[in-house]
Design a protein around this ligand. Structure first.
Ligand SMILES: [Mg+2]
Length: 92
């Protein structure tokens, strides 16, 4: 199983710690910007980095809405259970 060193968590604050002031459209713009960069990436490594950037923005967005790390873990448990029920995940 992975530990925190193997699988670092995304950073959830920007350099000015002002994520709580972002509007919903600010978040959507930032996610879209990272996905556009992923589409334009020319190497496998660059594409991975841009997708990771998009994930970081999404985790930061959840944090700004009040989803703590514990709440996010519960959120992903529910999403995984939903996706498993829909047949989108491998059986355990
Ligand atoms: Mg980027």
């Amino acid at each position: 199983m992975y530990n925190a060193c193997d699988l670092p968590r995304p950073v959830v604050r920007d350099s000015k710690s002002n994520v709580s002031t972002y509007s919903e459209l600010d978040w959507v713009y930032r996610v879209r910007e990272e996905l556009d960069e992923a589409l334009a990436a020319e190497t496998w490594a660059d594409k991975g980095e841009e997708i990771a950037d998009a994930i970081t923005v999404c985790v930061s967005w959840l944090e700004s809405l009040g989803f703590t790390e514990r709440a996010r873990a519960e959120l992903f448990r529910r999403v995984n259970a939903k996706n498993q029920a829909r047949g989108y995940m491998e059986e355990k």
